[in-house]
Design a protein around this ligand. Structure first.
Ligand code: ZN
Ligand code: ZN
Ligand code: FE
Length: 745
């Protein structure tokens, strides 16, 4: 018999790993000890080599449901004297790389107890165990122990303590456990004060308020939601008005998958996602909802609806009692980080009537994740709660620490050290002082948790991005810091190469809204051949002028007008089509001068903008109220029976779509025009891909379009790799920057 140490790395803390090892040791009858340290879980035991190997095999095959193992190493140590097997206190080390476990939805065992009248936690809105509940959002510091979380503020009662310290109990070391006697409690407040109500009265009252059409802010796992009755037109309309969100679809929460099926046909893959422990919002094809009690204002003018199921005991209690769908949208100002403190939700006091609050602090904000399924492939729209933070194994080992700052919209950040990168959840757009402050706070917090100090900072090439400004400030403070800028679309492509483990050359196709190009123009329709060391832009959508720069992003009619000027010059002033009709004659003349002289009209090759232009030409929308609106609306017009496409030319790497625009003017049926447009994009991809013998990878926000992605997967099959663990949009940029960043070493 010898003494061995086993070191396990991965998501092994806060997931019931030590009690699992303890129970395993009991079964094997071996003596020793197990503990958490900042690198993971370590075990020491006395055993024969044969027994040790069996033991390790059991760890790998039987690990707890929320655990994932990246590496197990074992080695011989000095002989130890053990008289039993025990779980010992956490030990700290300096080189922290244990992973923070993500938050997961309530497990079946806890749900059963929640609705069991004889259980002491019957109706307790924070019931949890080792296999479910909050994790990442309450962590202040690793290792993941109660004292290092916001649950440290709650002293356990004797009963909870007994469960917490019994290795054979389901709640052994479940850091967030509590009960009516000792855990977090609910509070209900109106705009000015807390109402005096008992815990069970609070739930009843909130249910009643939602039924009455009130808007309630509800504190959840990673922030607050704004909630109202999804079948009440007036309530939904009020929420839209107060949130200044006229059209962007709202996600709805329903009590179970049966209710979801009444609202949308659901494939088995989609149902699996709805019911998964990550519990994301799943974008589903809407049923024709005329006959159903769902407000038509939830997701106007689009084919999809975002649905998710209750993922906390609190949501379950509310939804069971309500027995109807609710709107549950992030409490934020459009696309900014969501409110997670009372102070932040008070800033939205004009939006809600009541606030269902609780006293468990949210340390790390985390939005709901959003996914969709296209041709059986899962696409992330937003990667956050349940999935984040995410650790990614790099195909190389870094000798220095890299911080990647992402882009400016749908911000995420990544830190990398050794052969690991850690990607933050979706943070939001960096357009306000508050969101920028939150972004910086998030970086500081990651540094603190991982005891991380970067040697290299990687940022986007865009001079005016907040992330770029932050990189420059870091450089000013620390002369030794290496700073590297990475072209936006190269980062998009590199992120997908990393995700798919592609080591060689690829033909990267970045269809995007915007991104600063190497020539100073706004790129976004790029074909880039790249590997680890270099890249070459081999083709791109031919430039056109964005009339009014940034302003054109919200006005498809400006994009279409510019495309028309490219084709017909001043003749456009006398044309009659949906685009010209969207302007006054004097405006047309003004924009023509702007276009002709190139005043405030930067050049772009953006496919995102091309979508806008086509939406305007077809007459379906002229001005937008949210990002991606034209693409989402155009999905409804696609007709698979229309197989033909428009003409286009490739001149010296420039994709000339003028023939397409000209032909569109002869088409009055939006359905035909839009279907042929989608087919043309696919044709462009297919034709250019034929010229390069490399795998094709797709990145950029345009690849959220379900029709486009569906067509490409259908036509090109396995030859194309899509981002699947990461979103196609700028949420993946930070990881792509890490891929480029290691070249700076
Ligand atoms: Zn549980
Ligand atoms: Zn208790
Ligand atoms: Fe982008």
């Amino acid at each position: 018999m010898e003494s061995y140490q086993i070191d396990i790395q991965g998501t092994v803390q806060g997931v019931g790993f030590r009690p699992f090892v303890y129970a395993l040791a009991m079964r094997f009858g071996v003596y020793g000890e197990v503990w958490n340290d900042s690198r993971g879980v370590s075990i020491r035991l006395n055993a024969t080599m044969e027994l040790l190997k069996d033991f390790i095999a059991q760890i790998e095959s039987q690990k707890p449901p929320l655990a994932s193992i990246d590496a197990i190493n074992f080695y011989t140590i000095e002989p130890q004297n053990y008289a039993k097997f025990s779980i010992i206190q956490s030990q700290m080390q300096n080189d922290t790389f244990a992973l923070m476990p993500p938050d997961v939805s309530i497990c079946d065992a806890c749900e059963a107890e929640l609705f069991e009248p004889s259980n002491r936690r019957y109706g307790y809105p924070f019931i949890t165990c080792t296999h479910c509940g909050v994790r990442y959002t309450i962590i202040q510091q690793l290792p993941y122990d109660r004292a290092n979380t916001s649950m440290g503020a709650f002293a356990m009662c004797a009963k909870c303590h007994e469960e917490y310290t019994n290795p054979l109990n389901r709640r052994y070391h479940a850091q967030p456990i509590g009960c009516f006697d000792c855990g977090p409690t609910l509070k209900l407040r109106d705009k000015s004060e807390t109402l005096s109500l008992s815990q069970s009265q609070i739930i009843d009252r909130v249910v009643q308020m939602i039924q009455e059409g009130k808007i309630v802010a509800i504190k959840g796992v990673g922030g607050y939601h704004l909630v109202c009755d999804a079948s009440n037109d007036e309530a939904v309309q009020t929420l839209r008005k107060r949130k200044n969100r006229p059209h962007k679809p709202f996600a709805i929460m329903v009590k179970d998958s049966d209710m979801a099926k009444q609202l949308a046909p659901i494939s088995s893959k989609e149902e699996e996602l709805l019911l998964s422990k990550e519990c994301p919002i799943v974008l589903l094809n809407k049923r024709n909802t005329q006959h159903l009690a769902l407000s038509t204002l939830i997701a106007p003018d689009v084919d999809t609806i975002g649905i998710f199921l209750p993922y906390t005991p609190l949501h379950l209690l509310l939804l069971k009692a309500l027995n109807r769908p609710i709107v549950a949208t992030s409490a934020n100002v459009s696309d900014e980080p969501l409110a997670r403190t009372l102070e932040e939700i008070m800033r939205l006091v004009h939006v809600w009537d009541y606030c269902l609050d609780h006293d468990r602090e949210i340390v790390n904000g985390c939005d709901d994740s959003v996914v969709t399924v296209v041709e059986d492939s899962v696409l992330f729209v937003r990667r956050a709660r349940g999935y984040a933070p995410q650790a990614i194994t790099l195909p190389f080992r870094l000798s220095q620490k890299v911080l990647a700052l992402g882009a400016n919209q749908k911000s995420t950040i990544a830190i990398a050290f050794g052969n690991k990168a850690i990607l933050s959840p979706h943070i939001g757009d960096l357009h306000t002082i508050d969101s920028i402050a939150y972004y910086r706070q998030h970086i500081d917090h990651l540094r603190q948790i991982y005891n991380f100090q970067e040697d290299i900072v990687v940022h986007d090439k865009h001079l005016h991005y907040e992330s770029t400004k932050y990189a420059n400030q870091l450089k000013m403070k620390n002369e030794k810091l290496k700073v590297l800028e990475v072209q936006h679309h190269v980062a998009h492509i590199q992120a997908v190469r990393l995700e798919h483990g592609i080591r060689g050359k690829v033909l990267g196709i970045a269809f995007d809204g915007t991104g600063y190009g190497d020539d100073g123009n706004m790129w976004g329709g790029e074909f880039i051949v790249c590997d680890d060391n270099s890249y070459e832009r081999v083709a791109h959508l031919d430039y056109f002028k964005l009339l009014g720069g940034e302003k054109a992003i919200k006005e498809p009619r400006r994009v279409a007008l510019s495309l028309l000027f490219e084709c017909y010059g001043a003749k456009v002033l006398d044309m009659d089509n949906p685009t010209t009709r969207a302007f006054f004659p004097q405006e047309l003349r003004l924009y023509y001068r702007m276009w002709y002289k190139g005043l405030n009209a930067p050049l772009t090759s953006s496919i995102g903008r091309l979508f806008d232009g086509v939406a305007s030409l077809s007459g379906i929308v002229q001005t937008l109220s949210y990002e991606g609106q034209s693409g989402a609306m155009m999905e409804c017009y696609y007709d698979p029976a229309i197989q033909s496409c428009y003409l286009w030319n490739l001149n010296d790497g420039k994709i000339d779509i003028k023939p397409m625009i000209k032909m569109m003017l002869t088409q009055s049926d939006a359905r035909v025009m839009i279907s042929k447009f989608f087919n043309t994009l696919v044709n462009i991809v297919e034709q250019i891909a034929m010229c390069y013998p490399y795998p094709v990878v797709l990145g950029g926000g345009v690849f959220h379009n379900r029709v486009l992605v569906g067509l490409l997967l259908h036509k090109m099959g396995k030859r194309v790799s899509l981002p699947q663990k990461l979103p196609p949009n700028d949420g993946a940029i930070a990881l792509g920057q890490i891929m480029q960043g290691y070249r700076a070493i």
